[in-house]
Design a binder for this molecule. Structure first.
Ligand SMILES: C[S@@+](CC[C@H](N)C(=O)[O-])C[C@H]1O[C@@H](n2cnc3c(N)ncnc32)[C@H](O)[C@@H]1O
Length: 238
């Protein structure tokens, strides 16, 4: 799973989120005012987080959850408040530190500290044991489909409950925008989002993890934010 393509992209993502865009990302994920375009992204991401939280059991007490690519920790915090023991990992030490500080500033900081372990590192987390749920919100979207599928398949061997992740769905309109975007130099050095045809990814995952099945799917579109939530569960659980 450590393909050179994956490692190269992982390095670009780390540079982007840890340095180039750390301040922008900190602001986007705060309550501070943002421009109209970013406000649509923030609203879309809030809806996406609510969707993924809704797909988890109402009570997460006694359950272990991996927040894969946790960013500034919003999902981990919400899951911990519902009882989960959360391992929250992100490539960016800057964002992980900010996530810790945000938790420490909350009224229930003691509870959050007890339930969330924040760590800078690779979200594959191969040596961290089993989980009840893995959630990867918008953290697979910069990888080639085969690398995203390999990550999900690797988690599946260690997950009892569900795998929840988002993809950037490839639609004809988004594919056209992507092609046009490629004609221009990338001003902000953001690693490109890789649009994925949901059916193609599903076929890849079924091959890689035959004992799992696709569950709910929900697209969230809000201005400049388009993302599709995907749920996978073990077949034996149905
Ligand atoms: C678009 S942000 C989303 C953050 C968070 N999940 C959220 O929704 O607020 C993507 C995050 O995934 C992290 N990420 C991407 N690939 C990763 C990897 N292989 N291991 C750990 N974190 C990763 C990035 O550093 C970045 O913080």
């Amino acid at each position: 799973m450590s393909s050179s393509q994956y490692l190269e992209r992982r390095g670009e993502i780390e540079t982007y989120f840890d340095r180039t865009a750390a301040a922008t990302w900190a602001r986007l994920t705060s309550d501070a005012p943002v421009s109209g375009i970013r406000a649509t992204v923030r609203a879309g991401r809030d809806r996406m987080r609510a969707t993924l939280l809704d797909w988890l059991p109402a009570s997460l007490h006694g359950l272990r959850l991996l927040d894969a690519g946790c960013g500034t920790g919003a999902f981990a915090t919400a899951a911990a408040r519902r009882g989960a023991q959360v391992l929250a990992i992100d490539l960016s030490p800057t964002l992980v530190q900010l996530a810790r500080e945000r938790c420490d500033a909350e009224a229930d900081a003691a509870l959050l500290r007890e339930r969330i372990t924040f760590r800078a590192g690779d979200m594959r987390a191969p040596d961290d044991g089993d989980f009840d749920h893995v959630v990867a919100m918008d953290s697979l979207i910069h990888y080639q489909p085969e690398d995203a599928a390999a990550l999900v398949a690797a988690w599946s061997a260690r997950v009892r409950g569900s795998l929840l992740f988002t993809i950037a769905p490839r639609t004809p309109l988004l594919a056209a925008m992507h092609r046009v975007g490629k004609l221009f130099p990338r001003g902000d050095r953001a690693p490109a989002i890789v649009p994925v045809a949901p059916a193609r990814l599903q076929a890849q995952l079924l091959l890689a993890m035959p004992r799992w099945q696709a569950g709910r799917s929900q697209r969230v579109a809000s201005g400049f934010y388009t993302s599709q939530a995907c749920e996978w569960t073990p077949r034996s659980a149905s």
